[in-house]
Ligand binder design. Structure first.
Ligand SMILES: [Zn+2]
Length: 645
């Protein structure tokens, strides 16, 4: 609204401005017609998608796809094909449309021209008629050659085929109503793991016909070095661990390690009291070359871990909740799905208002099941929990941004590097969600005198319709109602307080009710030492407020930390510590020395771009690392939670 006095003044001088009014103001050009919404009706005929994934030298997949043209499209004179953009599990439009190339459309041997929609650039308009009963599409996926171009999916020893990256599908249909016959060609002698099934497997494998939904949900790992390990549990529903690696030695799992993975299947199916797959395939790449991934599907999951996952078992435990997390998603996320995250095709936007259940409770069970199955020890699980609790308790962004708002972060930031991550906040609903569910679990135990727990919620919420993998959507009220059915309490207020309001501290009541408290000492836990080893860096998060790589580069500087106040930012290189060349040991010693002598500061010579600066950090509290400490005289619910069933 314009202010009145200003309006009067403008009117008074209207004679002065009138010549400019002779030129018309611009008006918006109407947008072209929108791509038709998906309808729940069968797509006539079946697509075929044939992927040649043998060009690992150039990281190129070549695709031949055929698409029957429905009568309806012939009458309209146009068919619209879509490239999938909203990839389930990514929670944002991450489709790699920039890698889609060399599209050639033919029908009956004649080339058909295509035109990209210039509003929805993932939509292709193709003229069709009675003389074009089938479209022949040829195109390529120019997958990243280096990690700075995107996630690497082809290496000399591993190929990861994600069907959303290598297919187009017709607009106007629910993707569950589209049938597709897929096939893949892999380098000679390689083996494949996938939830797709075929009558016979070889270099070229023709899979059984399936729906487009199940196709996108059933990626492939193909490997030069491959091992399939049976993990089937007492319910006899087939579960397999399909491992590919950069190097054959990485496949050397011991019987005890395999047993821990088998325990994961036993513990999860015991917890949820159900399964939501006909068979389940863990796909695990042990690699430094394939891009990192942890992506859930109904009947499989894509996982990547360090080459030493099996062979350096004691050093790699911090990442061993990964398979437990992705497997939990078969129940939480794939079968039970927030109603605003279910979409009829792969180009309708999803919303993530309940990601603190979808990811938060999965993070919770992922950590708990890893401990219950023996993938990590109880102490390792507690150390991980201490680290997460401390990290989020020191998260400065919680002073301005409620947790619920971070559920928009997959779309806002798309996991891009951030300059001040802890002040901006990120996808905090994962780990802070985990802490909220620990809080809920211990509260249920306390209120019910140990008779009930979040295990009862899991069984009630995720254990319905055993064997079915038709998505069962839910909303906030059902979460509250199910919690109330386990243990009456004002769960709506409990959740709203922790999600929607500013909370200066992380929800740590779960530690208190569980019989523990968070303390800091100058000794790092084995979890922190292992993390430092895996990341080749120095973690000073809870002392100077930064982490530093092996070469002295500041990887992350925390908001208003001593390092921040001294003027440091991420991406700078520490050249010297107290007048000596930088080493991680010298920086640790400098912190310890400054604790002993209040007059001594920590002097760093820092290179920032072309600039050399000397900074002095007046910090005297020494090294600080988080631990859980048992509170005597309280019930140890936390140990009960982490104990196998
Ligand atoms: Zn997840």
């Amino acid at each position: 609204m314009m202010r009145l006095r200003l309006l009067v003044a403008l009117t008074a001088f209207s004679g002065l401005v009138s010549p400019a009014l002779a030129q018309p103001q611009p008006a918006p050009l109407p947008l072209p017609p929108a791509v038709p919404d998906p309808q729940d009706k069968p797509f006539p005929g079946a697509l075929t998608v044939s992927v040649d994934a043998t060009d690992t030298a150039h990281h190129i997949m070549s695709i031949h796809e055929t698409v029957p043209v429905p009568q309806e499209a012939m009458q309209k004179g146009e068919m619209i094909l879509l490239y999938p953009m909203w990839i389930p599990g990514d929670h944002s439009p991450t489709g790699v449309i920039e890698q889609f190339a060399s599209l050639k459309v033919q029908s009956g041997g004649k080339t058909v021209s295509w035109k990209r929609d210039n509003v929805n650039v993932a939509a292709f308009h193709i003229p069709v008629s009675a003389t074009t009963p089938t479209l022949d599409l040829h195109f390529q996926l120019l997958s990243p050659v280096t990690p700075d171009q995107g996630r690497v999916v082809m290496t000399p020893s591993i190929v990861n085929v994600q069907w959303d990256q290598v297919s187009l599908y017709p607009a106007g249909y629910f993707t569950r109503d589209i049938t597709v016959k897929p096939s893949v060609l892999v380098p000679h002698g390689w083996q494949i793991g996938s939830a797709l099934r075929a009558a016979a497997y070889g270099d070229e494998t023709h899979f059984n016909a399936t729906t487009y939904n199940t196709l996108v949900d059933s990626p492939i790992y193909a490997g030069r070095y491959f091992r399939k390990i049976d993990l089937t549990g007492p319910d006899h529903v087939p579960v397999a661990l399909n491992v590919v690696a950069d190097d054959p030695d990485s496949l050397n799992a011991t019987p005890a390690q395999i047993e821990a993975h088998r325990n994961l299947v036993r513990q999860a199916t015991t917890l949820f009291g159900s399964h939501h797959y006909d068979h389940y395939d863990f796909l695990l790449a042990l690699t430094e070359e394939l891009g990192m991934i942890g992506l859930e599907h109904h009947q499989s999951s894509e996982n990547a871990a360090a080459p030493g996952y099996f062979t350096e078992w004691d050093k790699t435990f911090p990442e061993r909740d990964l398979l437990a997390h992705e497997y939990t998603h078969s129940w939480n996320g794939k079968y039970r799905r927030p109603a605003d995250m279910w979409a009829p095709n792969f180009n309708v936007p999803q919303r993530g208002s309940l990601l603190w259940v979808y990811e938060g409770q999965t993070q919770y069970w992922g950590n708990v099941l890893a401990a219950r199955s023996g993938l990590v020890t109880k102490d390792q699980g507690f150390e991980a929990l201490a680290y997460m609790a401390a990290t989020y308790d020191n998260q400065s962004g919680r002073l301005w941004r409620p947790l619920e708002d971070t559920t928009n972060d997959p779309v806002i930031a798309q996991r891009a590097p951030l300059s001040w991550r802890d002040w901006q906040r990120s996808e905090d609903y994962y780990v802070e969600g985990q802490l909220i569910w620990l809080d809920a679990d211990t509260l249920i135990r306390k209120l019910s005198n140990g008779q009930k727990s979040l295990d009862d919620f899991a069984k009630a919420f995720f254990g319905t319709n055993n064997g079915s993998f038709i998505v069962s959507p839910y909303q906030f009220d059902e979460v509250v109602a199910t919690l109330n059915s386990v243990q009456p309490y004002d769960w709506a207020k409990f959740l709203h307080d922790r999600l929607d309001t500013i909370q200066p501290h992380a929800p740590l009541d779960g530690l208190k009710n569980g019989g523990y408290k968070l303390v800091y000492t100058d000794k790092p836990t084995s979890f922190i030492k292992a993390m430092e080893g895996m990341r080749h860096g120095l973690d000073l998060t809870f002392s100077l407020g930064m982490s530093v790589t092996k070469s002295g580069k500041t990887a992350r500087v925390h908001w208003m930390s001593p390092a921040f106040k001294a003027g440091l930012t991420s991406g700078e290189t520490i050249l010297a510590v107290n007048d000596m060349d930088y080493t991680s040991d010298r920086l640790r010693h400098a912190i310890t020395d400054a604790q002993k002598d209040p007059k001594q500061t920590i002097r760093l010579v820092v290179k920032s771009g072309e600039h050399i600066n000397t900074v002095s950090i007046p910090y005297h509290e020494g090294l600080r690392y988080p631990h859980l400490e048992r509170v005597d005289g309280t019930t140890d619910y936390l140990s009960a939670i982490y104990t196998p069933r």
